[in-house]
Design a protein around this ligand. Structure first.
Ligand code: NAD
Length: 478
């Protein structure tokens, strides 16, 4: 086993780190080497029962705590995250694969997000409606209750913070099941909250067999909100479970982001921005640009420029200083890509770069560019969630918009054009929760992040992220 990776991984239940005790285990692999690096304890039914009872108690006390105190605890947690960023980034790279610089940037971004929520904790306002003869109505926003949260492995620090920080700011308690594939980062982030003074009954983390954990937490009347980040099929399944107790939900699901590149864009600049963004985190990003629809006049130049830049990307273990792209996080993601590339080839598409696995025992896949991908190729319809860029030409603005809106997903979309009137049209017409025009950044602490259509509903970040943890009550006073 590796000596650098945390030797013990535990669950945090009721303010105690628990492991061992005859619990089942999950073996954790390093994606860059394929070697086993730790064992993760999995929750028993008794653990989940305990966590629910603790969360019930934690909610009763935290909901009446002063918002200023909630904010102060969050601010301290952000400070600790920054102090420990180098260490946490190393853990992230060893379990998820992304290059160290990306991992460190993620931890710093997570700290910024916690700071934003610290400020929001004191900004939950209500309203007074004046009535005749001294009567009035009070509109109150109160914390919804204990939250059951589940998140994916692609941003092991940021995804965890997105579940804990808004719940804590709003006055809720939360039981989080992070991904069993990236537990080390979740544990380190949780330690920051613990060391910042967050009571052990307010935020807890458990690991386990996902289906067993979600059934136990979502079927309990204690849980009042489901917050999920992950794929569309699992999201639909959890929504059905949560329907039984009619709970509030935030669903951050998958996407298949279109990119519309128009003849009038600044081509070289657009290529520089897009190639870097496409292969960030080996393409395992829910808002990753994926379907590149390029206007006919610049299509061949765009394809050539994209492939040339892609071939320059240095792919190796994320711990190496020179790494620009690490391995994929797991072997199943790579197998999906192999099938999608093979299907695209057989439907007549041209592979301009990559298209094959990397060398060694790690889960490497070469950065891949495929041109002339027909609309009916599987990759054009199923989220690849990996380092694969799919290119196809379009003629008119209407054709581009039709193509962008063709799929049932609607998370992120990108447009590159210097025409201001067209920018406004695209911002209005594209069916996505986030539309980026001439730039690629989708995540800002004060801006809502979320999708439409099958990519989900309910935003994270921004004031909307805290509002999603509140219920509205009206009190009419005589
Ligand atoms: P997944 O849905 O299989 O898994 C995501 C998480 O859910 C994991 O932690 C997994 O353990 C857990 N999970 C799986 N089955 C579960 C169940 N029955 N009950 C409870 N939890 C369960 O997705 P994945 O393929 O591992 O992750 C990638 C997907 O997540 C992509 O579709 C990506 O677009 C999406 N994603 C969305 C966002 C967003 O903000 N919209 C962010 C990151 C990832």
């Amino acid at each position: 086993m590796s000596v650098e990776y945390p030797a013990t991984l535990g669950m945090y239940i009721g303010g105690e780190w628990v492991s061992g005790g005859g619990r089942d285990h999950h073996s954790l692999l390093n994606p860059a080497t394929g070697e086993m690096q730790a064992e993760l304890p999995l929750a028993s039914d008794a653990d989940l029962h305990d966590a629910l009872e603790v969360a019930k108690h934690g909610f009763a006390t935290w909901r009446v705590e002063a918002p200023e105190l909630r904010g102060a605890v969050l601010r301290k947690a952000a400070e600790l995250l920054r102090e420990r960023a180098d260490h946490i980034a190393r853990v992230t790279t060893m379990e998820q694969g992304k290059p160290l610089a990306e991992a460190r940037g993620e931890v710093i971004a997570a700290a910024g997000l916690i700071d934003f929520h610290a400020g929001e904790a004191v900004r939950v306002y209500g309203r007074v409606l004046m009535r005749p003869t001294g009567m009035r109505s009070l509109v109150l926003h109160q914390p919804v209750g204990p939250v059951a949260a589940f998140c994916a492995w692609n941003f092991p620090a940021l995804n965890v913070v997105r579940k804990i920080a808004p719940a804590v700011a709003a006055g809720c308690s939360v039981i989080l099941k992070p991904s069993e594939e990236t537990p080390g980062t979740a544990v380190e982030v949780m330690r920051c909250f613990q060391d910042a003074g967050l009571p052990g009954d307010v935020a807890q983390i458990v690991f386990g067999v996902p289906d067993m954990v979600s059934r136990r937490l979502l079927l309990s009347p204690i849980t009042r909100k489901l917050s999920f980040t992950g794929s569309v099929p699992v999201g639909k399944h959890l929504m059905k479970l949560a329907a039984d107790t009619v709970m509030k939900m935030t669903m951050e699901l998958g996407g298949h982001a279109p990119v519309l590149v128009f003849d009038d864009c600044d081509l070289e600049k657009t290529l520089d921005i897009l190639v870097g963004h496409k292969f960030r985190n080996a393409g395992q990003v829910c808002v990753a640009p994926t379907r590149f629809h390029v206007q006919e006049g610049i299509y061949e130049d765009f394809a050539r420029g994209f492939a040339e830049r892609t071939k320059q990307i240095k792919v190796c273990n994320g711990l190496s200083e020179t790494s620009q792209m690490g391995p994929m996080a797991n072997s199943r993601g790579r197998e999906v890509l192999e099938r999608l590339v093979s299907d695209a080839r057989s439907s007549g598409a041209r592979v301009l770069a990559g298209g094959v696995c990397g060398e060694g025992r790690g889960f490497f896949f070469q950065p891949t560019v495929i041109a002339d991908v027909p609309e009916n190729a599987r990759a054009m319809n199923q989220e690849p969630f990996g380092p694969v860029a799919l290119l196809s030409p379009f003629a008119s603005v209407d054709d581009g918009i039709r193509e962008a809106n063709r799929l049932p997903f609607g998370l992120a979309a990108y447009c590159f054009t210097e025409n201001g009137r067209r920018q406004n049209l695209l911002g209005d017409a594209i069916e996505a929760g986030m539309v980026m025009i001439n730039q690629v950044r989708a995540t800002w602490p004060d801006a809502p992040f979320g999708g439409v259509k099958e990519s989900g509903f309910g935003s994270e970040d921004g004031p909307e992220g805290v509002a999603a943890h509140l219920v509205t009550k009206t009190v009419h006073v005589g």
